[in-house]
Every structure is written in structure tokens, then in C-alpha cells.
Design a protein around this ligand. Sequence first.
Ligand code: MLT
Length: 209
Amino acid sequence: MTSLSLIHRFVPASRPGRPPLLLLHGTGGDESDLLGLGQTVAPGAALLSPRGPVSENGMPRFFRRLAEGVFDEDDIRVRADQLAGFVAEARAEYGLPAPVAVGFSNGANIAAALLLLRPETLAGAVLLRAMRPLAVPPRPDLAGRPVLMLSGSLDPIASDATATALAGDLSAAGAAVEHRRLPAGHGLSQADVALARAWLDGAVPAAAA
Ligand code: MLT
């Protein structure tokens, strides 16, 4: 790959007219983790998949945390800017429109932070097992921006309270949020894949990008 500011993988589109996906892995993942998921939920879309630049005992993440579920919000702000800068570089390098984020766990949390802090970066987002990243969120203009949140009702990490709070933050900013709760834990299920694919087929017109 070219030497942009984050280690990443890029898969060019094989089918025109679909917005690219920005794939954001969970804690301990890397830039290869979600390529298969991306190909399944949006066949033929361009895939941009960075590695989280923070290391937690060798496990890549997209921002620092102080403990499980306790986030370093100053670092979230710095890392959201860093990721927004990377996306801008990649768009110029690869000739891409604004991507739709597909983020899992820590990747969903930085995607939510991007929507709130750098809303110009994303055309929409699929947030898988997301938590509220900022206790006092800004209120950007996300008018009509499509967001699918898929939460697990048995998730011991991303509670219903934090997911519901995030859905409220995004809705208050005007995003078109669809929040669904699945009978699942923190891990992804086939239902996540099917719902994400159907939503990406319908909710995100190519023109949105
Ligand atoms: C986070 O730290 O972003 C969340 O706790 C999810 C995780 O990565 O475990």
C-alpha cells in the first residue's frame, strides 16, 4: 500500500456506484480483519481499512482507554482528527467519495466519535456493538445522515444504556438512526451481517457519497 499516515489496506471497487466502506476493527484486530465482512455486506464496494494507531499491550485500537469501558476522551478527540485526516488523504490518493463507516466495537466507537466530531468525514455509518464515546457530545449537523446501530441485548461490554445514549446523541444531531437490538452478545452474528447488507443496499444511495 502507499504510505499514507495510517497503515491500511485498500481494495478498489469492482462495481461502480456504491459508496466506499471505511472498515474499523475492534480491539486487537488489524487492517485485514473486516475485509471479508466488507465484501459480504457491500459486494463490489471499495474498501478502506486502516489499522488502529494506538497499542494497548500490543493490541491495536483507535483510541486510548483508561480501563474497560472507561475512555480517554482527550485521546478520542485527537484520534478522531487523526482518522479524519487519514480518510481525507486516502480519498485524494484513491479518488474516493466520502465513505460509509462499518465499525465493530472499538471501531464502532471511533466511527461514532467521527460522526460527532468530524461529521464531514462520513456519508453514513454501520455501528456494530457501539458505545457512547463522549459524555458531553457536541451537536454537529448530521441532518439525514444514515446510521444503522446493531446492539446485542446480551452484550456485557456495550450495555443497552450506553448504546441508547449514543443513538440519542446522533438523533439529536439530526442523523437518521435505525437502532436494532439483537439477541446476541458482543460478538457478531449472521443476523448482523444480513441486516447490515440489507441496510447498505437500501439506505445509502450512491449519491449520498
Ligand atoms: C472500547 O474500548 O472501545 C470498548 O470497550 C470496546 C472494546 O474495544 O472492547
